[in-house]
Design a protein around this ligand. Structure first.
Ligand code: FES
Length: 294
């Protein structure tokens, strides 16, 4: 046990510059042997060594070196509950006298700054995580979003001059979704589609986030497909990915929806991943109506 403690002590003393060790190494070793070794003590020694090395690099003389020792020894003695080293009394060492009077040393300042920075980082990270993960259970994105009846939704076309009845989507920013009629000749039908397929309600709510890297695909009014501006993934009007066009691994994701008394609600807390891509010309792809927009 004592052998291990001696190895730890030697390792800690070796952190200091050679010239510093030659003058104060034995005294520091004695203090370390008397201290209970813990994280706080190790942090003290590391910061003290860093301080001593910085002073050595800047070429300060014996006064600064003595100050570094006093700074380390004061704190370590406090940990060990032992006597505080006697401060020099020469008027040539005003900074040391300030320390003896209870002022902040550079090492203490470093330590407190480090602690404050770590604490601030922890608070910011924690607050950000809570804000990101906290579900919005009442309204808005993260929970159910009620959008109104067919005419209210149709009044919000994704592209001016297009219409739900014509096969183009509405865009509802509060749900971050495109709303499409599966069969444009029909309106909303009462019911629930927990998988977002629209098989019961004739409505599909497509999440605006591209499954590749998260860009927002735009609806193209010339071909009636969605086209992602980032890497050119293409999706038909109901969000099915065209296999040959772009790197997205699947179709656009879909929110669960319900229609009650003709009123559409999109549940943005329940997302179903889009289906696998389908090759051009195969059943399941709605053909384009014209040229691309990108
Ligand atoms: S982000 Fe849409 S294709 Fe890359």
């Amino acid at each position: 046990m004592n052998g291990r403690r001696s190895r730890v002590t030697r390792a800690l003393v070796r952190l200091y510059p050679t010239a510093w060790r030659e003058r104060h190494g034995d005294e520091l070793s004695a203090i370390l042997e008397a201290c209970p070794v813990g994280p706080s003590l190790i942090l003290d020694v590391v910061l003290g060594a860093l301080d001593a090395r910085l002073r050595a690099i800047r070429g300060h003389g014996a006064v600064e070196e003595q100050l570094a020792f006093m700074t380390a020894a004061r704190s370590l003695s406090a940990v060990a509950a032992g006597p505080v080293p006697v401060a020099p009394t020469s008027s040539a060492w005003p900074e040391v006298q300030v320390l003896a009077g209870g002022g902040l040393s550079r090492r203490q300042l470093l330590r407190r700054s480090l602690g404050a920075a770590v604490g601030l980082w922890a608070v910011e990270t924690g607050a950000g995580m809570i804000g990101f993960l906290w579900p919005n259970l009442s309204t808005g994105f993260g929970g159910p979003v009620t959008l109104g009846d067919m005419s209210a939704v149709a009044a919000r076309p994704a592209v001016p001059g297009t219409s739900l009845r014509g096969g183009a989507p509405a865009y509802v920013s509060e749900a971050r979704a495109y709303i499409q009629l599966v069969d444009p000749t029909l309106g909303f039908r009462d019911g629930i589609d927990t998988d977002g397929s629209g098989a019961t309600t004739n409505v599909r709510a497509l999440y605006q986030r591209c499954p590749h890297l998260g860009c927002r695909p735009n609806f193209c009014p010339s071909n009636y497909w969605f086209e992602c501006p980032c890497h050119q993934s293409r999706y038909d009007r109901l969000g099915t990915k065209i296999a040959e066009l772009g790197p997205a691994p699947r179709g656009m994701d879909r929110f669960a929806i319900s229609v009650v008394g003709g009123i559409l609600t999109v549940d943005t807390s329940k997302l179903t991943l889009g289906p696998l891509p389908i090759a051009l010309g195969q059943p399941g792809i709605i053909p384009s109506r014209g040229g691309t927009c990108i």
